[in-house]
Design a protein around this ligand. Structure first.
Ligand code: BGC
Length: 883
């Protein structure tokens, strides 16, 4: 017995230790700087740090944190122990950062019992911060200037190839490339593409701003001979853009410039501490090559017989290549790219191949994406393969439907070199499609001749959703697919036709939905700058951003308001006050523009007045919409002013909001709670924006519910009304009705598109139907099958269906208020917030409903259950409710 005792004690002690320590120390996860993990080339003065915390048990909290930043192993800044629960938006406050350096950072936090967490951290590198750091010149290969009428015949110049050989004399420690272009470029080193990113350097108003990229190329360069190659194409800078050709704008291409040009430099740091810079200059050599056409909208043509084998490797004979032309620096700012790059996000194998006509092969990729294909063929030299893209097949003959592409030619051509298997992907174009048509092949191609490559700026992995209704689960997939297809450098309206523009109305209507599905913080950080850059001198935000067209009247109420609503959304979701600071000046100017246009706080319609776009019901007047949005803007401005500590402005915008509210109430809202407009949209906007007199609001909501119910549990709304009808129904407790609308399958509804086989969200409620007789009314030319605007119901699915909402900004305090209804049995989902994973699900079994929730460390939540409210701290909880 006596010998047993120490062993027993030891065992007990060990057990206790493991439990206590596992329970106790928090773990720092997902450490990021400026919304990126280990970002490269930062050029912001005070980068912001963030992390998440995980840890066992409940009610876990951060009581303090300490950050340290090191350069070359030496600490340059230590925050000291900061007693705060903040885990994001924490600014670097050390000495000025230096150009082209590698910094390391660490963070340690303390929990509720003052126990330290595991250490987290990472690295970040800086870009070129001073003008004198830039050694590269803008260079291009001159291909002549085309004077033909570009309205009547397409003008598609070839891509340009630039190359340079260099010697790295010593042992390399680190090599970094800083590169950009006016146009689009692909950077290559020693025969390989640098990075997976595409559509570089991104789209901005190039007269105001051009972004550069920073690539760590240490692994692509070796001591001895090296070669750098660049392929340049027109892109947004010089190519066809939007609907300019269709609507005969003052220009149809070359909106920012005529000749694409490249600029960049590679910094090679040797182990002996010396540095060498290889910069773009006139000693490089240029030529054209196999890419004879490269245009975002029109497509790419590649003649493999014209390849310069080995051109991007050392030892290539470039004797016949020309000296490049030099171009001047563009007028705007040169900055490091702040967003998320377009890159391949998903590979799709075809599900079917058909031959509707002899020699015409159509591949079905199974879903409607934005992207390109990889072609794999073994055909004789000179075989010209034409590749066309479509979202749908024609009902009558199974051929490709292309009317809705309008002036986007969306055709790629590959000319084979022969002699074996050839694999090719276009680089400078993309299409919106589910079907791919190949013609020109000598024989039936194999099933694997086509692989779909979905391109996007984002991953759609922040949110999970499922319910007991399979239709709604498909709907959720469709929204994700469509968001991915349109979060393409800027938030576009659609990826297929001659548009693909950053339509402001679509973007703000969908923004909150977008945040639940994907981490869009960096994506919107970038687009909010585009929006600010595109603001008209008189204060209105335009119809789309970037805004390349110069015609007057490029704004519309409910579209221009994206300038206020989108920054607000990013602040609300990520607690990002810097986004507000950046946007503030422009927003104030916008509000002054609205005030100037108003009489007695009522802002009349103006500009293009898109209204409740594509509504299926009676139109809501432009004046009503303009005033409603003006009031809403004022309300958000007051809240944002508060967040920025601008007390006077907060008071001012509160008074503007009150002014609008009272004038609006008098003019548009009747004593029975109805509006002068008599539309669902008017009721929904008036209520959601808080413009109803308090005593009339419940009456208004009841009338909205009545209107929807009498319409057969269907809305009669367009882009603006739809999202707000759902939110208002639930806000005022009409959950059963909201669920009936949500699960509706008759036209117009989300279920209608799912029942008709959609894999994406359509522009119109009736874009397509299997019923031959009812599809005729649709305008075939303006009928996109990939338009996220009507997918804005995702916001309702999260905020009400699952009930995941933030109280105040940034999900530190959470509201879990699932809309439990007898109309549906189960909802399950989660959202990866800036503080970590929040999950919520509820399930009915007989008369019992189980609600399961999890909230991350360092957050609290109020859980609203039928008949009771619970306050919880971090952890997992299960509740039972009797119905
Ligand atoms: C776009 C929209 C946009 C609208 C303006 C359309 O052509 O595709 O989504 O908001 O124009 O009304």
């Amino acid at each position: 017995m006596r010998t047993m005792r120490p062993l027993f004690t030891l065992l007990l002690f060990t057990l206790l230790c493991t439990c206590v320590s596992a329970q106790k120390s928090l773990m720092v996860t997902n450490p990021r700087v400026e919304y990126h993990s280990n970002p490269k080339g930062l050029d912001v003065e005070h980068p912001r740090f963030s992390w998440e915390l995980t840890g066992e048990g409940r009610n876990r909290e951060q009581s303090a944190y300490q950050l340290e930043v090191m350069l070359g192993g030496k600490a340059i800044w230590n925050s000291g122990k900061v007693h705060s629960r903040s885990t994001n938006q924490i600014e670097y406050a050390g000495p000025p950062l230096e150009s082209s350096r590698e910094y390391e950072w660490t963070v340690v936090t303390w929990d509720e019992r003052n126990q330290p967490s595991t250490k987290g951290g990472g690295t970040f590198t800086t870009g070129l911060l001073r003008f004198s750091d830039w050694k590269g010149l803008f260079i291009s290969h001159y291909t002549g200037y085309d004077k033909t009428d570009k309205y009547d015949e397409l003008y598609l110049p070839p891509a340009r190839y630039l190359r340079k050989e260099f010697t790295a004399a010593k042992t390399i420690r680190r090599a970094v490339a800083y590169t950009t272009a006016l146009g689009l470029y692909e950077l290559r080193l020693n025969g390989k593409k640098v990075g997976e990113e595409m559509f570089l350097p991104g789209w901005t108003d190039y007269d105001k701003r051009l972004y550069y990229q920073t690539f760590d190329v240490t692994d692509l360069i070796s001591t001895g001979e090296n070669a750098v190659g660049v392929i340049l194409a027109d892109g947004w800078y010089a190519g066809y853009l939007g609907y300019a050709l269709l609507t005969r704008q003052d220009k149809v291409r070359e909106f920012y410039g005529v000749n694409p040009a490249f600029m960049g430099q590679i910094h090679i740091e040797y182990t002996d501490g010396t540095t060498e810079i290889v910069a773009s200059d006139v000693s490089w050599r240029g030529n054209t090559g196999p890419i004879s056409e490269a245009d975002i909208l029109m497509g790419e043509t590649y003649d493999a017989r014209k390849e310069h084998s080995g051109w991007d490797q050392p030892g290539f004979d470039a004797e016949s290549w020309k000296k490049p032309r030099r171009y001047t620096y563009p007028p705007g700012q040169l900055q490091s790219y702040p967003g998320d790059y377009v890159m391949p996000r998903e590979m799709l194998t075809p599900v079917e191949m058909t031959e509707p006509e002899k020699g015409t092969y159509i591949y079905n990729l199974g879903k409607n994406i934005a992207g390109i294909i990889e072609l794999k063929v073994d055909v004789p030299a000179g075989t010209e393969i034409k590749i066309r893209y479509g979202e749908l097949l024609r009902d009558e003959d199974g051929g490709l439907m292309t009317e809705n592409l309008r002036k986007a030619r969306a055709t790629d051509t590959y000319i084979a070199k022969g002699g074996g298997t050839e694999v090719w992907r276009p680089r400078f174009t993309y299409h919106g499609f589910q079907f791919v048509e190949l013609t020109g092949l000598p024989a039936k191609p194999a099933m694997d001749a086509v692989t779909g490559i979905a391109l996007s700026s984002i991953d759609t992995d922040a949110g999970k959703f499922s319910s007991s209704n399979p239709m709604n689960n498909q709907l959720f997939k469709n929204i994700k697919t469509t968001q991915a297809a349109n979060f393409f450098e800027v938030p576009t309206d659609c990826p297929q036709r001659d548009e693909r523009l950053g339509w402001t109305g679509d973007a703000h209507i969908f923004a909150r939905s977008a945040t639940y599905i994907s981490d869009v913080a960096a994506f919107f950080t970038k687009w909010l700058v585009d929006l600010d850059d595109s603001q008209h001198w008189y204060g209105a935000y335009p119809n789309f951003a970037p805004m390349p067209y110069s015609r007057a009247e490029q704004y519309s109420p409910a579209w221009m308001d994206a300038g206020v609503i989108t920054p607000y959304t990013i602040y609300q979701v990520y607690g990002d006050t810097r986004a507000l600071e950046t946007a503030w000046g422009g927003m104030e100017k916008f509000m002054a523009f609205q005030e100037d246009a108003s009489t007695g706080y009522l802002r009349p319609g103006g500009g293009q007045n898109w209204g409740d776009w594509l509504t299926t019901g009676t139109k809501t007047s432009n004046d009503f919409i303009a005033s409603a949005f003006y009031g809403y803007d004022a309300r958000l401005m007051a809240e944002m002013a508060g967040a920025l500590g601008k007390k006077d402005r907060e008071a001012y915008y509160r008074s503007v909001f009150q002014g609008v509210k009272s004038a609006f109430g008098k003019k548009y809202i009747k004593q029975d709670g109805s509006t002068t407009e008599g539309t669902q949209t008017a009721l929904a906007l008036g209520l959601y924006f808080g413009l109803y007199p308090e005593e009339l609001a419940p009456k208004g909501a009841a009338l909205l519910a009545k209107s929807v119910a009498e319409n057969g549990d269907k809305f009669s709304t367009g882009f603006l009304g739809t999202k707000h009808v759902m939110l208002v129904l639930s806000e005022y407790g009409y959950h059963d009705l909201a669920y009936r609308v949500f699960q509706q399958t008759d036209y117009p509804s989300w279920g209608f598109s799912v029942a008709n086989g959609s894999t994406s969200i359509w522009e119109r409620w009736n874009s397509y139907t299997k019923d031959e007789n009812s599809n005729e009314k649709v305008n075939a030319a303006m009928n996109s099958f990939s338009h996220y605007a009507l997918g804005s119901v995702a916001e309702w699915m999260y905020r009400y269906g699952l009930g995941i909402e933030t109280k105040g900004a940034g999900f530190r305090e959470i509201v879990l208020k699932p809309a439990i209804s007898k109309e549906i049995n189960e909802m399950t989902g989660s959202y990866r917030s800036i503080n970590g994973l929040i999950s919520s699900s509820w399930k009915r079994q007989g008369r019992k409903v189980t609600v399961d929730v999890t909230i991350p460390v360092n957050t609290t939540a109020t859980v609203f259950l039928p008949g009771r409210t619970e306050k919880i701290g971090s952890g997992t909880y299960s509740f039972e409710v009797k119905e």
